[in-house]
Design a protein around this ligand. Structure first.
Ligand SMILES: NC(=O)c1ccc[n+]([C@@H]2O[C@H](COP(=O)([O-])OP(=O)(O)OC[C@H]3O[C@@H](n4cnc5c(N)ncnc54)[C@H](OP(=O)(O)O)[C@@H]3O)[C@@H](O)[C@H]2O)c1
Length: 394
């Protein structure tokens, strides 16, 4: 059975306006935006003033509204809005990965208690329908790993810097202007945004809830010409990769880090604001999903898909988490990395398990070395000015 949808929308920025356009161009769905809550009273709006409110209660307690769509850029306010709506038994659609990653288990329990549905396909990898795919398709598969480019903004910057010799600040500014970047772009370039998505996808892949602060993330802010030159000489490209994989039957490892990728890697040619996800499973083997990971319309289309799914009462079932498969997080894995440093004192032998190659010159220095993920999590030497850490993986 389907129903008409009356939406109470929170946020009318890049994604909110993208959703409005996408909805206006979708003939097959009867969904109206009834009211829109925004923050700044002095902003010029593209819709008549009667659509807007500055009071969240005007939407949350409106009996005519049967679906809350939360698209604001503040995770704490979003948490208040989403948890209140779910407690009131109202369905919610959101794209707020930070808020979802920080409270996912609580939201799963709230859905169980109230029967309200909470969908958030747009929160991970923009327009790629990866959450529903993991929920539905891979349920009976043995999933070995999931990895990919989960942040459109940093991938856009890497593409510009690497291929077009654009300087980092200009590329970041362009990503902001195109609506790809978060309000606080450190979330993108520091690997936090990709980590929130990884946390969400880990829950839907393995039924395991991980706190974002438990997961190692390292960004692209310190990337310099030396690293690009190294990559180009070796026929590699640099991508910001998030990954989760089974270390053994009982353990998962997960982290976000820049990585050198070879031409035979599916992610090698995922450029600009595109995202790519590789899923490796026992029987389907390796599968690759690629699509736009940022921007108002691609993200709006993922939100629309969730809105549409609420018409037939679709809910995530979280079957894998209810199965209690007992997987634990394992941080003791070893990684092979490239560690670049300008000042020779920045290299301390004891930080590495093995040194596989060492290069020193007047200009810059690097080692190819083996490190423990757990040691990286405990230290911060790779955040010092003049340093950069990149994983070397097959
Ligand atoms: N941009 C993307 O490509 C993308 C992709 C995937 C997911 N997302 C997620 O989608 C969400 C929205 O991102 P965006 O890029 O659309 O952000 P944005 O362009 O900065 O827009 C944010 C909107 O939220 C409103 N707002 C902020 N705090 C509010 C509050 N307390 N109550 C009501 N409205 C409030 C703002 O109001 P004013 O208009 O008054 O300032 C603005 O309309 C974020 O969670 C983001 O992580 C974005």
């Amino acid at each position: 059975m389907t129903r008409d949808i009356k939406i109470g929308l929170f946020g009318f920025g890049c994604v909110g306006q993208g959703l409005h356009d996408v909805l206006n161009n979708s003939k097959g769905i009867t969904a109206d935006i009834h009211k829109i809550a925004v923050k700044h009273r002095d902003k010029k709006r593209s819709l008549p003033a009667e659509y807007f409110t500055y009071e969240k209660e005007e939407i949350l307690s409106n009996k005519d509204i049967n679906l809350i769509v939360e698209l604001i850029d503040n995770a704490d306010d979003a948490y208040e809005i989403v948890s209140t709506a779910l407690k009131n038994g109202k369905g919610v659609v959101s794209a707020n990965k930070k808020m979802i990653a920080e409270h996912l288990e609580e939201f799963v329990n709230l859905q169980k208690e109230t029967g309200a549905s909470f969908l958030y396909e747009a929160s991970a990898c923009g327009s790629i329908p990866i959450i529903r795919t993991l929920e539905e398709y891979y349920d009976n598969e043995l999933l070995y790993s999931l990895q990919g480019i989960f942040n459109g903004s940093s991938n856009y910057i890497l593409t510009k810097v690497f291929d077009e010799n654009v300087d980092y600040q200009t590329a970041l500014q362009e990503a902001k202007e195109k609506g790809f970047a978060e309000t606080d772009p450190t979330l993108d370039v520091g690997g936090f945004d990709a980590k929130y998505k990884l946390v969400i996808l880990t829950a839907h892949s393995y039924g395991v809830y991980v706190k974002p602060e438990e997961v190692f993330n390292y960004g692209i802010q310190q990337l310099a010409g030396y690293d690009i030159q190294y990559a180009k000489e070796k026929g590699l490209r640099i991508k910001q990769i998030a990954k989760v994989y089974k270390v053994d039957d009982d353990h998962l490892a997960l982290y976000v880090m820049p990585q050198f990728v070879r031409e035979n890697n599916y992610l090698y040619n995922v450029d600009n604001e595109y995202n790519g996800v590789i899923v490796q499973a026992a029987f389907s083997d390796r599968q690759f999903f690629r699509g736009k990971g940022a921007g108002g319309h691609p993200t709006g289309s993922a939100v629309l898909s969730d809105i549409s799914a609420t018409r037939y009462a679709y809910k995530y079932e979280y079957r894998k988490s209810y199965r209690k498969n007992g997987l634990n997080i394992h941080q003791d894995i070893e990684l092979e990395v490239y560690f670049r440093y300008l000042n020779k004192d920045q290299f301390v032998r004891d930080r590495f398990v093995r040194i596989n190659e060492k290069y020193e010159s007047e200009e810059y220095n690097y080692v190819i070395a083996t490190v423990k993920l757990s040691d990286l999590k405990k230290s911060d030497y790779y955040t010092q000015e003049g340093t950069m850490l990149i994983e070397l993986a097959n």
